[in-house]
Design a protein around this ligand. Sequence first.
Ligand code: PEP
Length: 253
Amino acid sequence: MKKLIIGNWKMYPAGVKEAREKFVAIKKVAGTLKNVQTVVCPPFVFVGDLKKLATGHRCVLGAQNAWIENDGAYTGEVSPAMLSSMGLDYVIIGHSERRVLGETNELVNKKVIAGIKAGLTVVLCVGERERDTDGEYMKYIANQIRLALVGVSKKDLSNVIIAYEPIWAVGKNSIHPATTNDALEVTILVKKTLAYLYGKDVGTVPILYGGSVDAKNCAEFLAKSHVDGLLVGRSSLDATIFGEILKSAEKVK
Ligand code: PEP
């Protein structure tokens, strides 16, 4: 399976010209890599413009969020059907930076279902705020997965990717990066949780790690944590660093 490297641009860059330049530079590297699927998730407003530049299948666009309905009086929201109609394949759902704005597990679940129905591949983000020595965080993550997947059939799981993003390791306020062992432990937990929910023949649901990934640590996460790819925030906004991450991923067996 190709390594899946997703760049979450968050609410950057400030203007469309810069967004274009970054995307073109990333695409140039991504287009040369056979073993990596690159996805760039820009702010919604840049999607239409960048879509014109997204020729070829090795570097595609995704969205950072979507609403639970396909139309209606939801001022300021963007529907999964709209994203699909723009030719997008991926949508990030349940990112910790959205959960902190009030997105509950119940809303995340509705968004997961709406995204799948619209034909998008949902990148479901889960992760604990802090770790305790009793392993409560494991229950917390398993519960997030269970609640996000209520009503999602085994067949629909083929449109789901799970991204483990420990909140304490995500973004510029991160306390410290996770270790490859931290990520490995949760990779196993995700697999066990899916097997518990769907049975042992659950199939392959790709698992990503995200949280302070950079050009130095990316290869280690891919090689040692048994993940299928990475969700990259800040480092995806620097085309040179993101390019290095993509090239490293290409080399990991
Ligand atoms: C993210 O926003 O999903 C993320 C992982 O951020 P960062 O890489 O900046 O920690």
